[in-house]
Design a binder for this molecule. Structure first.
Ligand code: CP
Ligand code: NVA
Length: 305
């Protein structure tokens, strides 16, 4: 694996495979009460400039359960908020900690940190990508569907950081990905160009949610206004008409369709209450698997040498 995990294009297919295998193994071992303390004595820093429940807590608990220590820093509490350059902060933190997970608005800030630090840097969500989310989500797909190779995933919603990471994953792994976004909220061209589409035709873009969900094994959605876009929500509620994942839309998917959402969810907007509360849903497994996957990511980056 490369030094950093900034986007899923940093991973080769074999890296994905070994992370899925290790995360599933760690989950099984944890369920049997076996704790692997492979990161004893190691420290993970977390610098977060946006809010988080799942990603923060799953990274922190992952690190603690592996025998290491997390240190959470809100950007506001660091000298970054007083304009200390990223390259200085990155070099200083490299002298104290063994790995850094970052959640920022601008993706280039995470890139700057990665460039100037000698420790691995992990993207814990930027405006552009959410790679660790999709790693744990594909782990969830493997658990529910027995694999990811022959599945059809439909994205219904905003052309945002989460779908950008799905596009990266599909471009490396080759599964079918149908992406439906409203006309003015389609995935930006720069994120399509960056994805080396290896198996031609496995990623399809449309403005029609019904076309996207047709025969889908997995239907995935996310909020219509991501962190930083909240001011646009009322306009977006109009623009996203017809994009709610509800029973009517899902009737076009396979009977055993798995509905997924990275959470937090906005009931009555991108997803209907009864779909979110369906007892066969994957949402809570997705949330749990973040902890197991983050363990696998931390181990593979920190114990690389
Ligand atoms: N899914 C996810 O990243 O959730 P948080 O924003 O709560 O971390
Ligand atoms: N697209 C959402 C994901 C939150 C986990 C956001 O960036 O706010």
């Amino acid at each position: 694996m490369k030094k950093d995990l900034l986007s899923l294009l940093d991973l080769e297919k074999k890296d994905f495979e070994s992370l899925f295998e290790r995360a599933i193994d760690l989950k099984e071992r944890y369920s049997k009460g076996i704790f692997d303390k492979l990161l004893a004595g190691k420290t993970l820093g977390l610098i977060f400039d946006k809010k988080s429940t799942r990603t923060r807590v799953s990274f922190e608990t992952a690190m603690i359960q592996l025998g290491g220590h997390p240190i959470y820093m809100s950007t506001q509490d660091t000298q970054i908020s007083r304009n200390e350059p990223a390259k200085d902060t990155a070099r200083v933190l490299s002298r104290y900690i063994d790995c850094l997970a970052m959640r920022t608005f601008d993706h280039s800030l995470v890139e700057e940190f990665a460039q100037s630090s000698t420790i691995p840097v992990i993207n814990a969500l930027t405006d552009s990508f959410h790679p660790c989310q999709i790693l744990s989500d594909i782990m969830t797909v493997i658990e529910h569907k027995g694999g990811y190779k022959n599945i059809r995933v439909a994205w219904v919603g905003d052309g945002n950081n989460v779908v950008n990471s799905w596009i990266n994953a599909a471009s490396v792994l080759g599964f079918e990905l149908m992406v439906a976004c409203p006309e003015n909220h389609m995935v930006k061209q720069e994120f399509l160009k960056a994805a080396p589409i290896k198996e031609k035709g496995n990623i399809v873009l449309t403005n029609d949610p019904k076309e996207a969900v047709k025969n889908a094994d997995v239907v995935y959605t996310d909020v219509w206004a991501s962190m930083g876009d909240e001011d646009e929500l009322s306009k977006r509620i109009i623009a996203f008409e017809g994009f709610q994942v509800n029973k009517a839309l899902l009737s076009g998917a396979k009977d055993d369709v798995l509905v997924m959402h990275c959470l937090p969810a906005h009931r009555g907007e991108e997803i209907a209450e009864d779909v979110l509360e369906d007892k066969n849903s994957a949402f809570w497994d997705q949330a749990e698997n973040k902890r197991h996957m983050h363990k696998a990511v931390l181990e593979s980056l920190i114990l690389k040498d």
